[in-house]
Design a protein around this ligand. Structure first.
Ligand code: GRF
Length: 193
């Protein structure tokens, strides 16, 4: 059986692109049914189009509830099993999450529960700590919160600048998200048996 997923992005879309590439390279039984963004000019939308994936823009001009109605419509129209947040800079409400419990994933560029929020990399960098990392988790009603599926540590070396460190974080993200997603799909499959 093919698992149907939708991906939400806000910007560059490099994590979305990595997931699509992993699926295609491995010929995995997963279909990315749509890529949607809250920003019409998100670069990732063009990448998705080039890859032949349907795209959509979710408008927040009438508030979060209206936007989530649009996301719900996408969910139903494309009949997806799972929603993957990949750099989606909006908070999903508890209402939406409770309708789709365990079916929304997120990636965060730090070792949650450390450094949640929009500036996980910068906040770690300023903290002076030696290492940070990447977290993939199930989304609950709190920001950057919910059961952790996988984490990978990324150490800061003396040669690192924030830019080189950020590059390392993204390189790990681009592998970890697919690994976590794949293993979570296995878990769901086992549970369904
Ligand atoms: C990633 O670092 C992700 O962890 C964070 O936002 C960034 C999105 O990057 N939530 P991209 O749009 O996937 O390139």
């Amino acid at each position: 059986m093919i698992t149907r997923i939708g991906i939400l992005i806000s910007g560059r879309g490099s994590n979305m692109e990595a997931i699509v590439d992993h699926i295609r390279k491995e010929n995995a039984p997963v279909e990315v049914c749509f890529v949607a963004s809250d920003r019409a000019n998100a670069a990732g939308l063009e990448i998705a189009k080039r890859k032949g994936i349907s795209t959509a823009v979710v408008s927040y001009k009438d508030g979060r509830a209206a936007a989530e109605t649009e996301i719900e419509k996408l969910w139903q129209t494309y009949n997806i099993d799972l929603l993957v947040l990949a750099g989606y800079m909006r908070l999903i409400t508890g209402d939406f999450v409770s309708r789709h419990e365990g079916r929304i994933l997120n990636i965060h560029p730090a070792m949650l529960p450390k450094f949640p929020g929009a500036h996980g990399i910068e906040d770690f960098w300023k903290s002076g700590e030696d290492s940070s990392g990447v977290t993939v988790h199930i989304v609950d009603a709190e920001m950057d919160h919910g059961p952790i599926l996988m984490q990978e540590e990324v150490a800061r070396t003396p040669e690192d600048t924030i830019d080189t460190f950020e590059t390392k974080i993204h390189a790990v993200e681009h592998q970890l998200y697919w690994r976590a997603l794949k293993s979570y799909l296995q878990t769901l499959k086992q549970e369904a048996k």
